[in-house]
Design a protein around this ligand. Structure first.
Ligand SMILES: CC(C)(COP(=O)(O)OP(=O)(O)OC[C@H]1O[C@@H](n2cnc3c(N)ncnc32)[C@H](O)[C@@H]1OP(=O)(O)O)[C@@H](O)C(=O)NCCC(=O)NCCS
Length: 188
């Protein structure tokens, strides 16, 4: 764990965009667990690494669609430092300060279509957090004027396919990749 100085944290806080801070709020899952939901920040690298290290390899593969052998700083940096003009990552911070899950959105150049992805830490799967995270990222997408959200899901990822269906996503086979399904939701 890399120690940060209070001065560094203060400087980072001072640089934070108030519009991003305004998105922060508390959420509660069907199990009654409470999380603080907020846009991911550059200083979240350590909690991201911890979340991935506490998760099963298979869950990481389901999220990234490829096997990831090294959960290293470079990966955490890429996930924590985003361009908020075209991306969003909402982080669910548990009461103990750990990261429970993340919902992401990457907007395409047309500004109307965006790809989503959700990951819940393996030990928290099935507690209702994924449901809340997907709902929250869709609400954010609507607020940004996104008209269509899509995701690529491995064919055997029944948890994500079930969740997507609950939100009204439609499934579509990908011609050149029989192992992957594209799910799409038109936002109104
Ligand atoms: C897929 C994934 C995000 C789902 O998240 P999760 O937290 O495990 O899922 P949830 O507990 O929210 O499950 C959804 C379930 O709750 C229901 N649900 C949860 N909360 C609910 C609520 N408040 N109201 C109504 N229904 C709810 C869903 O319909 C579904 O039903 P079931 O568990 O009774 O069968 C998670 O399993 C995960 O991270 N997997 C690995 C990575 C991955 O596959 N990511 C997807 C890449 S796009």
């Amino acid at each position: 764990m890399v120690k940060r100085s209070a001065e560094t944290d203060d400087r980072r806080s001072a640089q934070r965009d108030p519009a991003l801070d305004a998105l922060a709020h508390d959420i509660t899952t069907r199990r009654g667990d409470r999380y603080h939901l907020r846009p991911i920040r550059p200083e979240d690298e350590d909690v991201l690494i911890a979340m991935l290290k506490r998760s099963a390899r298979e869950d990481i593969r389901l999220r990234f669609l490829v096997a990831i052998h090294d959960i290293d700083r470079a990966l955490a940096t890429r996930l924590a430092r985003i361009d908020y003009d075209r991306e969003m990552a909402l982080a669910a911070i548990a009461e103990d300060g750990s990261l429970g899950g993340v919902a992401r959105l990457a907007t395409e150049p047309d500004g109307k279509t965006a790809e989503y992805a959700v990951m819940v830490r393996s030990d928290l799967k099935g507690t209702g957090l994924g449901y809340v995270l997907l709902g929250e990222i869709l609400t954010y997408a609507r607020s940004r004027g996104i008209k269509r959200v899509w995701g690529e899901v491995l064919m055997h990822n029944t948890a994500m396919l079930t969740l997507a269906r609950e939100f009204g996503f439609k499934r579509q086979q990908i011609a050149d990749d029989p192992g992957v399904v594209r799910v799409t939701l038109d936002l109104t």
